[in-house]
Design a protein around this ligand. Sequence first.
Ligand code: GAR
Length: 201
Amino acid sequence: MTKLGVLASGRGSNFQSIIDAIGSGGLDAEIACLITDNDEAYAIERAKQHGIPHVYINPSGFETKDVFYRSIADELKFCDVELVVLAGFMRVVKKPLIDAFPMRIMNIHPALLPSFKGLHAQRQALEYGVKIAGCTVHFVDEGVDTGPIILQEAVPVFSDDTEESLSERILEYEHQIYPRAIKLYTEGRLMVTGNRVIVAD
Ligand code: GAR
């Protein structure tokens, strides 16, 4: 069974979607630990409710970002994690963590990458005026939202959308594609060649 380590900074609804997929038998994985960079993250409550070990690692307790990410990598290794899942982890992951889990860190982003990287992707989409927004699950590399794309889902933008209504609509799709992408990984069906991810039948 694939052991997952989830990193989250806030609400944790994507974390919940993974918990639920495992609970319903749709995903053959185990969440070995939740790591947060925020001791008030609601994700911690979710971990408690489901008996998932959770650790808060205070980013300001480290001299450099590299040391912070080394400490996260150490914790994940200690928990025997195979796949790292960023679920609303609002930081740019640095080399020590990426090198410890090459092509074994996934992220979900609320836009159709490579459009609207970085923060407030849904607001960026509205301000740009696109008619189709969406979400992307990708492997994490050293860039910001640049790694090989695993799955994407298109989501319509309506003329009366606000940032909140669009975010909510996109989120429904996030909750579907993230467990699906993790499932593909656990089934050994993802092959990375260059910047492409080939999904085996
Ligand atoms: C989600 O919409 C996720 O795609 C986004 O933050 C939200 C977290 O919600 N992530 C990013 O913007 C990363 N750049 P959640 O805490 O309820 O899963």
